[in-house]
Unconditional design. Sequence first.
Length: 147
Amino acid sequence: MKATLIMALGCLAALASCAHSVPASRGQADAEMTVRQKFAAFNRHDADAIQSIYGTDAVLHSPDYPDLAGNEPIAGTYRKLFAAIPDAKDEIRSFDAVGDKVFVQFTLTGHWGGAPDKPLQARLMSVYIIKDGHIADDSTYYDRKGG
């Protein structure tokens, strides 16, 4: 019985190590790259780049924008955010991808109106669906009452 248990645990450990060593598919790697480009553009405050990263028929779901459609209106919300928080930065806390879906937990920091006495810190979670190298769907979750 003990030898069977040890052998079974050994097999499970071998399977687990194989699962971690399987390389990401090309599509998954492209999805990851697309989302990383979006975060880099955000931190540069480059709304034009953000617009090009979202698909023309992309949809953004969030507490403030339940179904904002189109890359132009989505980029417009980023332009407004950059104007309101001129030092806005996103710091990725966790980043995971499965196929064409990318899951990111991150923290937004900055100061309202750039005022040192008006700090902002908000934890967010986004789920992105990537199609043809563009963000097709962005479901972002956060507590609107947060810092």
